[in-house]
Design a protein around this ligand. Structure first.
Ligand SMILES: [Zn+2]
Length: 97
């Protein structure tokens, strides 16, 4: 996504641009996605549920995220808790973030 923003700002847009993103930070983003990206010399941005990091093996841990960051991947915040927004009341809005 960083490259997308840079391209839009400079007007230097590749002929056939592709942006790859992953949501939620599941462990297979690392075991399958990241490995495939590295094997094909590609980058992507991973949007992470921050409260799920370092919790269990379903989600990536901080060691995985740091490795991906060091290899040029983008790591961004997707949400902290990933509540189903359509099921929340506006009355309690502030406690979900
Ligand atoms: Zn999501």
């Amino acid at each position: 996504m960083e490259d997308v923003v840079k391209s839009l700002k400079t007007g230097n847009i590749p002929k056939r641009p592709v942006a790859i993103t992953f949501d939620d930070g599941y462990a297979d983003n690392y075991t399958a996605g990241f490995k495939a990206l590295m094997n094909n010399n590609m980058k992507a941005t991973f949007f992470i549920i921050t409260d799920k990091t370092d919790v269990d093996s379903w989600y990536m841990n901080s060691t995985m995220l740091k490795e991906m960051l060091s290899k040029g991947m983008g790591i961004e915040n997707h949400t902290s808790k990933h509540q189903e927004l359509n099921k929340l009341s506006r009355d309690n809005e502030s406690k979900y973030y």
